[in-house]
Ligand binder design. Structure first.
Ligand code: ATR
Length: 281
């Protein structure tokens, strides 16, 4: 029997997840279906319950339901607990298991882009859910510095407080937070924009001098060509630019591996999606 999976969100019509998982399934000869489900804003729990009752095996969760999925799961992985958000649910043994594959998706994409994360100086812009999901996986790569800069400074400080409690033993001085200006203390090898500013075609007002030689500027959004942030990064001296398409494909691959026990090859899927998007120039 064909196993059913879905991505659930609001909105959902433009999700690329069904195409990505269909490509993974074809490549690995897995017998599964993967659909996109639109849940009403107040109807997430009911939609999940219905999908489960119909025999669904797992779901990916997208905006705005990741925190609700976190609260719904009755078993959580460590990385989901740290993220306080769930993007992958598995329905097994009568349980709802929650995981978060966003952070590992970002790390894998950065590695594929040639970043040596161990020892790297990393600047993370933003302090919302998108940042919370990637802090622990970035720290675990052994970065030498992770500075979290945000428009609302207190929010960044609160966020690192939560992680410092967890990582205090192994990571004494790595993690710091502040406003845009404080970020200028050091140059960075990788700068990641995880604010939602790109969605309104704005860029955070970053000071000059952030980009080290050979540095990468990464915008977590994708499909918008050269965003205001990437344009600013190019003008401020970033050596390389990347968007979040690779992260999207890698987080999907991690969810697929979790559900099916086989790891798909991401490069071909990413290249096919890339060919249909506006270029980053
Ligand atoms: P997400 O789940 O996508 O992270 P969020 O929790 O609403 O969404 O967080 C949005 C992030 O983008 C926040 O860090 C926000 O900054 P504030 O904490 O100061 O609100 C940031 N952000 C949104 N619009 C921005 C803009 N125009 N310039 C800079 N930062 C912006």
């Amino acid at each position: 029997m064909t196993d059913r999976y879905a991505v659930i969100g609001h909105p959902i019509a433009h999700s690329k997840s069904p195409a990505i998982h269909a490509a993974f399934a074809a490549q690995t000869a897995q017998d599964l279906s993967y659909e996109a489900l639109l849940a009403p804003l107040d109807g997430f729990a009911a939609a999940v319950a219905q999908f489960r009752a119909q025999g669904g095996r797992g779901m990916n969760i997208t905006v705005p339901f990741k925190e609700e999925a976190f609260r719904m799961a009755n078993r959580l992985t460590e990385r989901a607990k740290l993220a306080q958000a769930v993007n992958t649910l598995s329905f097994e043994d009568g349980e709802i298991k929650g995981d978060n594959t966003d952070g590992v998706g970002l790390v894998r994409d950065l590695e594929q882009l040639g970043c040596q994360l161990a020892g790297a100086r990393v600047l993370l812009l933003g302090a919302g859910g998108a940042v919370r999901g990637v802090v622990a996986p970035l720290l675990q790569t052994g970065v030498s510095r992770l500075f979290i800069a945000n428009r609302t400074v207190e929010r960044a400080e609160k966020l690192i407080g939560d992680f410092a409690d967890f990582f205090a033993y192994e990571m004494p001085d790595t993690l710091a937070a502040g406003g845009w200006q404080e970020a200028a203390d050091a140059p960075y090898d990788v700068v990641i924009n995880a604010t939602s500013a790109s969605l309104s075609d704005e860029a955070p007002p970053l000071p000059a001098g952030l980009y080290a030689q050979g540095s990468l500027a990464y915008d977590m959004v994708y499909g918008r060509g050269l965003t205001a942030y990437l344009k600013q990064a190019r003008d401020q001296g970033a050596a390389r630019l990347a968007d979040g398409l690779g992260m999207l494909v890698e987080q999907a691959a991690e969810a697929f591996a979790l559900w099916r026990g086989v790891r798909p090859d991401t490069a071909a899927v990413r290249d096919t999606l890339r060919a249909a998007l506006p270029p980053l120039v």
